[in-house]
Design a protein around this ligand. Structure first.
Ligand SMILES: C[S@@+](CC[C@H](N)C(=O)[O-])C[C@H]1O[C@@H](n2cnc3c(N)ncnc32)[C@H](O)[C@@H]1O
Length: 234
């Protein structure tokens, strides 16, 4: 995504950050592209402010006000922010997931996150925090995303295939701390995951989860301050 953005907008400086190095670094990075290893919870001491900050699949942070304040402080007046996060609540309206290991995993994930003081519904908490910080024009979008290629149509099939692959990559890293908090032993967890791995890509199981987008949200107050009273929104 980072590289695509830099290529599509050659006159825009595009900076990505993560705690970890990139798994797939582009062999030839465009000149307007930069990636830094950085802890987003540390102070943000960028050389300049940004017009747009996109936070994607960062996961729950205990103090959202602090993160949103950092975003506010690092946006140019009139800048935009967008959050994209999963609500990891597996829905299966036709009941095909009933009694499966994937459903069991989803229920225990919810319990474990609660035990850790978090919730699968944390993306819903951003809107009031953004409003309180002064952002306006906050748009919320929900997208149902299939967990495998079970639903008809080219687009849903493509998304479903990617999602099934994604699940195989993330199930273990997501589960270890959360199931650990519930007192599961590593062997209990790996026995459950073994079953979940078998089910995830099997299209006889129909299910989806929700991708929640908050934003873009517009920093109107700062825009007014910059251009005198009564500045119009975009
Ligand atoms: C689900 S991945 C999403 C990666 C990427 N943002 C994307 O959308 O493809 C979550 C990422 O958050 C990163 N992360 C977790 N805590 C972080 C922190 N405090 N500062 C920066 N990155 C962090 C992890 O290293 C991991 O790469």
């Amino acid at each position: 995504m980072l590289t695509c953005l830099a290529v599509q907008h050659p006159n825009t400086y595009v900076l990505g950050i993560d705690l970890e190095p990139l798994r797939r670094r582009p062999s030839t990075a465009p000149p307007n592209w930069e990636f830094r290893i950085m802890d987003a919870n540390d102070e943000w001491d960028f050389e300049d402010k940004f017009d747009f900050i996109h936070i994607r699949m960062f996961g729950d942070v205990p103090v959202k006000e602090r993160l949103v304040q950092k975003v506010w402080d690092n946006l140019h007046p009139g800048g935009w922010v967008e959050f994209t996060e999963w609500i990891v609540d597996i829905q299966s309206p036709n009941g095909s997931l009933d009694g499966t290991a994937f459903q069991k995993w989803s229920i225990h994930l919810r319990e474990g996150l609660q035990r850790l003081g978090s919730s699968v519904f944390f993306p819903l908490q951003y809107k009031p925090v953004l409003e309180q910080a002064g952002f306006v024009q906050i748009e919320e979008r929900k997208h149902a995303s299939p967990n495998n290629a079970c639903y008809p149509g080219k687009r849903l099939q493509r998304i479903g295939t990617l999602m099934a692959k994604m699940w195989l990559d993330v199930l273990e890293p997501i589960s270890v701390p959360v199931f650990g908090a519930l007192g599961w032993t590593p062997s209990q967890l790996s026995a459950l995951l073994k079953e979940v791995y078998k089910e995830v890509g099997d299209t006889k199981y129909h299910s989806y989860m929700t991708l929640r987008m908050q934003g873009p949200a517009y920093d109107q107050a700062a825009a007014n301050e910059r251009s005198g009273e009564g500045a119009a929104g975009p």
